[in-house]
Design a protein around this ligand. Structure first.
Ligand code: LRH
Length: 493
């Protein structure tokens, strides 16, 4: 049976058609489109109607290929949302979480409620752009949106709503808001009351794999296709990516590697403890009754932003060439904490990297190769730090690390990660979120029994590249230096 998976990442959205038969899964990209935020005035928005158009375009291309998927699902990054008015229409263009208007609200709400109280109720890590702080900002700044709102939908809920006409909240994304209590399985009335947002906007969150309607007849009629069931998959992209980790062992560590790096392990119940709070780990809801005990690491965003900066300055460089120059640059010359708040906003990234190095008495990386090298080494060292914390919190020890997501195409990063953690890295599949999205659709249709059967078939269907650690002693020395440096830095932890 074939299924259609839409995965909207930072930069691009993709529609992949997945086929499952006795030989395994094949995934074919049928449509790729831009997903670029749009700045209007001071505000940064999703180009949401364009994305809806691209979703329809994907259906059109699927039809042209003579395919008739049995279902479709949509995933994207967590935390962002849209609001519907009383007439069921979208109010405004959803904001992008990197919009500056949310700055400072997290600190304010933490002061008012205490971190402990918020964490006890949600189990979610403190990130300045969590939905909780986005909504509080709208409310406190007197945005007219909340007064007019009737329904709150996360981005994939919203795109699904455009397709089906059913306004339904999905569980994995509900948990990332930091407004949902994973123990009671309810939106948290106390947190909502504190920020003055009505709990009437929120519907009961459905579990990944729930069929939540089918294509509106106006859409299927216009496209000349028969209606397709729409499934709420693990709509938080990280939730989908972790479904696709081809692990054999029930105890495994993963790194979902894209614009963000999400590192952690899978657990059965949220680990809401003073230790996970202190290390700022999260307990995001997953597919199949799982939770992800993980931590956000700033990830390839820093490299992507540097490349965009060079592009703007007319010094654009290809990814392959940049990695070649990074490999040739002197090792461990300039290290930094990728999670320092300094690196969160867009723009001027290389200036901020140099500033960090200057402020910490290190050599300032000058050329593109040196900058790329300092980013990739710093990430690899941070991965070791977070892997050790994951072991500490979960009481498990891992004999290697699974890496999934587009970032694994960066072989240098995979190799340096293996060298830094001193254990093998197993890299694959690259389209983790889309494949996990498909897997949940196949679980919904009964083609797979559960996520473990899905993982077995994914393992047999997609190549996994193994990287063995190298140059251990120099990485060990660099890690000591990295720890001394980063202990004093101002990060979201
Ligand atoms: C990764 C991701 C991550 C969120 C961030 C906003 O794409 O969904 O899990 O924290 O984006």
């Amino acid at each position: 049976m074939s299924v259609l998976a839409y995965d909207l990442g930072a930069g691009s959205g993709r529609a992949l058609l997945g086929h499952l038969d006795d030989r395994g899964i094949t995934a074919t990209e049928v449509h790729r489109f831009k997903n670029e935020p749009v700045k209007a005035g001071e505000r940064m928005h999703w180009d949401i109607l364009r994305l809806h158009h691209e979703v329809l375009q994907g259906l059109h291309l699927v039809k042209q290929q003579g395919e008739q998927p049995g279902s479709l699902g949509i995933d994207s990054w967590g935390v962002d949302f849209g609001l519907l008015g009383h007439n069921g229409e979208l109010l405004g263009n959803p904001y992008h979480y990197r919009d500056g208007q949310f700055n400072g609200m997290m600190e304010q709400i933490r002061n008012e409620l205490t971190s402990q109280r918020i964490f006890e109720r949600t189990g979610i890590q403190f990130l300045s752009f969590n939905t909780l702080y986005q909504l509080a900002t709208l409310q406190r700044n007197g945005s007219p949106l909340l007064g007019a709102a009737d329904r709150f939908l996360m981005i994939p809920d919203l795109l699904r709503y455009f397709l089906t006409g059913e306004a339904v909240n999905e569980f994995t994304n509900a948990t990332t808001t930091q407004l949902y209590n994973p123990v009671s399985g309810q939106w948290d009335g106390e947190l909502l009351a504190h920020i003055g947002v009505s709990d009437q906007l929120f519907g009961e969150a459905v579990m990944p794999g729930t069929r939540v309607g089918q294509l509106r007849s106006s859409i299927s009629g216009e496209l000349g296709i028969s209606s397709i069931p729409v499934i709420a998959v693990a709509e938080h992209d990280t939730g989908s990516a972790v479904v696709a980790v081809p692990a054999t062992d029930r105890s495994f560590a993963y790194l979902s590697c894209g614009t963000w790096s999400l590192m952690g392990t899978e657990i059965d119940h949220p680990a809401i403890t003073s230790e996970s709070l202190a290390l700022n780990f999260t307990n995001e809801g997953g597919a199949g009754g799982t939770f992800r005990l993980l931590k956000n690491i700033m990830g390839l965003w820093i490299l992507q932003e540097s490349m965009r900066e060079w592009e703007r300055q007319g010094k654009g460089i290809s990814y392959a060439e940049l990695l070649k120059q990074a490999e040739a640059a002197p090792p461990f010359a300039s290290l930094f904490d990728p999670d320092d708040d300094l690196f969160m906003p867009a723009g001027d990234m290389t200036i901020r990297i140099r500033q960090y190095c200057r402020d910490t008495g290190q050599q300032e990386p000058q050329d593109q190769g040196a900058i790329a090298r300092s980013i990739l080494e710093s990430l690899a060292l941070k991965y070791r730090r977070v892997l050790e914390w994951t072991e500490q919190l979960s009481g498990q020890s891992f004999n290697g690390l699974h890496m999934v997501g587009g970032g694994i195409q960066n072989q240098l990063l995979c190799q340096w990660t293996a060298s830094s953690i001193g254990r093998p890295v197993w890299a694959g599949p690259a389209e983790g979120s889309a494949i996990g999205n498909m897997a949940v659709q196949w679980i919904a249709s009964g083609a797979f029994k559960d996520i473990w059967e899905a993982r077995r078939v994914i393992r047999d269907s997609f190549p996994v590249t193994e990287y063995e650690p190298k140059d251990r002693s120099i990485w060990e020395e660099a890690y000591g230096r990295f720890l001394r440096l980063t202990d004093s830095s101002k990060s979201q932890a």
